[in-house]
Design a protein around this ligand. Structure first.
Ligand SMILES: Cc1cc2nc3c(=O)[nH]c(=O)nc-3n(C[C@H](O)[C@H](O)[C@H](O)COP(=O)(O)OP(=O)(O)OC[C@H]3O[C@@H](n4cnc5c(N)ncnc54)[C@H](O)[C@@H]3O)c2cc1C
Length: 429
């Protein structure tokens, strides 16, 4: 059997960052990617926060194919026929290094894979790993079709449904509540139109999140990110919420209906859909993490369950990149000791624990429980929007005094036992 030092299964952000960090270590590193090229099968919203990554991978971002840096955050609570939007801008979003960028994975991962190859690791596309090879319980390589390749260490970077973690016996059976389904369209528009519609300067961008009627009471929400010359528009809906709906909705219809809302229709007007994709997204947080290592194998990125829904933003890409780097550092130490046993690779978990990743995952361990509250997606966005509608509505009748009528309404809706219970829940995040 042919043997190399490290095999990384999956050429997404987690696998590529691991390969990049290992590339100048003198080890032979293979990245096996089932897609036609890195990025061809990868889906994100998506926004990448740069600052968490810089301490781990400081040097490579100047040439990165980022879309726009985000200077504006927009939140929209959608009622059935109305909506309320809150917009936040800060000069700090314009300070370099820019805190976050929108990206398109087909471009971004492809660029990263080229960088990895230039530095000396091998990225091999159209290569699907079908199985692990084990000897006395230790992972010693992988099978791809008829081919067997041995390695001192295998890194499972094969994404959210990681079958390698299952083969290695590192994770519990999946449950629908640990996943959401994300689906999105990339809608092409010229850059000037995007800048005018979002009121941002050249090169600047916006990130908009939606919750409420668009998901028809199901746990989830919508997102809209501005790219250079396109918009990424999509929905994320909890799998268990989709499954439990009496009449199962074909999800693309939800997106079609979302696009018909005037709030969206006027933003995408004149645009052409050039890409459609769907992918699972992790919702389980810290409770859904598999064991992260075994003899001869480590898990990184989505495969390791490293992802978080923080309500106001989704995190996964920084976790993928930084976990890849930390896995590489662990492998370098293991190589120096020539010890790839589980006890040697346990260093990886220690590094993850010390990093922002597991600290954040602990801090936000209760978001899933909060998100299970249906009122977040039904009552609250509707009440907020109805209230604004009443305040703003003027007709032939004399306007009522705002405090007496509207605040009384607000009290009725928000100062009750149910809402107090909800606030009690919210304080956990
Ligand atoms: C709709 C949506 C919106 C999101 N929005 C955001 C966001 O705004 N910000 C954010 O930070 N995160 C976001 N995420 C999460 C983020 O995209 C993921 O956390 C991130 O892509 C994980 O990277 P990864 O490298 O671990 O996995 P992936 O990118 O999934 O890469 C896994 C790779 O492994 C390959 N592979 C799988 N099996 C095999 C095999 N057997 N053999 C060979 N190759 C294999 C796949 O082809 C793929 O290239 C979003 C996710 C979705 C779905």
């Amino acid at each position: 059997m042919e043997k190399v030092d490290v095999i990384i299964v999956g050429g997404g952000l987690a696998g590529l960052s691991c390969a990049y960090e290992l590339a100048d270590s003198g080890m032979t590193v293979l990245v096996l990617e089932r897609g036609d090229f890195s990025g061809s099968k990868n889906v994100t919203g998506g926004r990448l926060y740069l600052r968490p990554i810089l301490p781990y991978l400081p040097d490579i971002w100047k040439e990165a194919p980022f879309e726009r840096h985000v200077v504006k955050e927009i939140f929209t609570a959608m009622g059935k026929h109305n909506s309320t939007t809150f917009e936040f801008y800060s000069d700090r979003f314009k300070e370099e290094p820019y805190p976050s960028y929108t990206i398109l994975r087909a471009k971004f991962d492809r660029w990263f894979a080229e960088l990895v190859s230039e530095k000396g690791s091998f990225v091999i596309p159209q290569k699907t790993v079908d199985d692990l090879i084990k000897e006395n319980g230790k992972v010693i390589g992988v099978k791809s079709g008829d081919e067997e390749i041995g390695a001192d260490c295998v890194v499972a970077a094969d994404g959210i449904l990681s079958f390698l973690s299952e083969k290695a016996g590192l994770r519990k059976p999946f449950q629908p509540k640990h996943f959401a389904l994300g689906f999105k369209e990339v809608i092409q528009l010229d850059p000037k139109t995007i800048e005018d519609r979002f009121r941002v300067a050249e090169g600047e961008g916006a990130a908009q999140l939606f919750f409420g009627a668009l998901t028809q009471g199901m746990m989830g929400g919508g997102f809209l990110y501005t790219n250079k010359d396109s918009l990424s528009l999509g929905l994320v809906i909890g799998l268990h919420a989709l499954n439990s709906k009496a009449t199962r909705e074909e999800v693309y219809k939800l997106l079609d209906r979302f696009k018909e809302r005037p709030e969206i229709k006027n933003i995408i007007r004149g645009g052409e859909t050039v890409e459609y994709s769907a992918h699972l997204i992790t919702e389980g947080g810290i409770y859904n993490m598999p064991k992260l290592y075994t003899d001869g194998m480590l898990m990184v990125g989505d495969a390791a369950g490293l992802g978080l829904n923080m309500l106001f933003t989704v995190r996964g890409m920084e976790y993928a990149i930084v976990s890849g780097v930390l896995a590489a550092r662990t492998i370098k130490e293991a190589k120096a000791k020539n010890d790839f046993s589980a006890s040697s690779l346990a260093k990886y978990e220690k590094l993850l624990n010390e990093s922002f990743i597991l600290k954040e995952m602990h801090t936000f361990k209760n978001t899933l429980a909060v998100l299970e509250n249906e009122r977040l997606f039904t009552k609250y966005p509707q009440v907020i929007s109805d209230l604004f509608e009443k305040v703003m509505w003027v007709d032939e009748n004399p306007k009522e005094e705002i405090y007496k009528t509207k605040i009384a309404e607000l009290k009725k809706q928000f100062f009750n036992l149910e809402t107090l219970k909800d606030w009690w829940q919210f304080r956990k995040i």
